[in-house]
Design a protein around this ligand. Sequence first.
Ligand code: SF4
Length: 489
Amino acid sequence: MNNQTENKLIFSPSLFFKHATCPHWIWHDLYSDEKNKAEEPELVSKVREQGVVHEDEYVKGLEHETVAEEDLDEAFGHTLKLMRSGTELIYQGVIQYEDGGVTYRGRPDLLERKGGKSEFGGYYYSPVDIKSSKDIKKEQKYQLVLYGLILEKLQGRYPDEVSIINKEHKRYDLLQDEGDITKTKLLMDVILSIMKGGKPPLRLSSSCKNSPWFDMCVSEAEEKDDIALIYKLDARSHIKLREVGINTIHDMAKANIDDLPKIPYVSSEKLDKVKLQAQSLIDKEVKWFGDLDIPIAPLKIYFDIEGDPLLQTEYLFGLWVVGDPDKKYAKGNNVVFDDKEKKYFIYFLAKKSEDEAIMWQEFLDWLKILPDNYIVYHYADYERSRTISMAGKYGTSPAFEMFHTKLFDLMKTVQSSVIFPLYFYSIKDIAKFLDFKWRHKKAGGGQSIFWYETWLETGDKDILQDIVDYNEDDVRATEFLHQWLINKK
Ligand code: SF4
C-alpha cells in the first residue's frame, strides 16, 4: 500500500483517463509497489509537454492571474482568494473539497468569471480547459463535469456552461447537461470503489504495452495462468468462462467446447481457436489450423506507413522491394540498396508535417513506373485505410487504383491459419519470436512518433535516420514473416 492509501484518497480528473485505458491502472497506482512501475513512455511525456506549451501560447494574449504555487493546498488557498475578490480570469487555479475521506481536486486551465448569483455575490466561475488535440474526448467531458461539481460546492451553484478550447483555438461551450452529470457521477462511484481496494478482474489488451504496469500485469497473469493471457479472447467473455470454471489457460486447453453454454462475445468456432491458442501457450509451439493462401508475383513489395496521430499526419511510406535485381524501379533520392540480397528499400518522407501532400505526390509518381504484375504485402489494416484516406484528401491516379488492388494483408493470413505461443500478435511480437532483430532497441510505433516530434523540434538528422531505419526494419520484418510462412507451407 502506498502513501495515498495510508493517508487519504485524492480524486483527480486524470483518473477518468486512466480508467478509460484500464481500471487496473488506478488500482496499481494505489496498492502496488512503485518499484514495479515502469517509466512513462517518452511519447507520453512529450504529449504532456506539448499540452503545456499549447496552454501557455493560448493564455499569453489574455489578461489573467496565474496560480503558480506547487503545494496544492497553498494553490487552493490562493485560488479561493482570487475567486472571492472577483478576479476576471484565473490561470491554473486549484479547486477542491473533501467528502467522506476523499479529496476531490481539479486544476482547470482557466476559471472564467460569469455574471449570475452565487455564494461569492453577483458572479460565479466556470471552468475552461485548453487541449492540444483537435477532437474532444469523452473523458474530457467527465473532467469538466468534475470541475463543475467541485465549483458547485465552493460557490453554491453548478456553472451554466463548461468549455473546451481545442488545438485550433476553437471554443466548445457545453451547457449544463443532467445526462452528463449523472454519467460522470456513476463513473466516479466505480472509480472510487477501485480506489477503496476493489480490484477489477484481470484483462490484457495490446494497449497494455503503453502502460507502466504492463510487466507487472503480465507476470501476475502468468502466475495465475489466467485466461486473460489468451490472445483475442474478449474480456467480456471472461466472466461467463470463469462462471463455468474456466479460469486458467490449462482449463481452456482441455475444455470440451461442445459442452459449454453460450459464451458472450465469442462464437463456438472462435472458441476452438481460443482452445488451440491455450494449447499453443502450454506447449510453447506454433499450431497450424488452416491452409495458407498467399498470392505470389515476380515483384514483391513490402509496405509500411508511419503516421503521427498527434499531428494527424502520415510522415513516412517505406517499401522493401524484392524481385528487381536490375533496380528498374529504384528511382528517386531515397533508395537504400542491399547488394548482397539484391533487394532495396525505397521511402517517401514528409520532413515537415506540411509536406505530406508532396510526399503523396512523389509516391504516386513512383507508382506510375511499376509493372502490371506485383503484390504489395503489409501487416494489419493501417496501410490500406490510410492510403484510401490520403487519396481522398490529395487525389488519386490510375496507378494508385491498381496499387490498391495489389495489397495483401499478411495479418489476415496469420489469423486464419496459424497460432503462435504469444500473448500479442503485432508484427513486432511475431517477428521477434521468429528471431528477427530490429536494429534499434527502442524500436516501436510510439517511439517512431516520439522521434518524429523530436526531429521537428530539433532538426537532428540522426533522429531522422533512426525513423527511416526503424521503418526499413519493419518492412524487412514483413518479408521475414512472409518467407517463414511460405517455408512452412
Ligand atoms: S498492463 Fe494492461 S491490464 Fe495492466 S494496468 Fe496496464 S493497461 Fe491495465
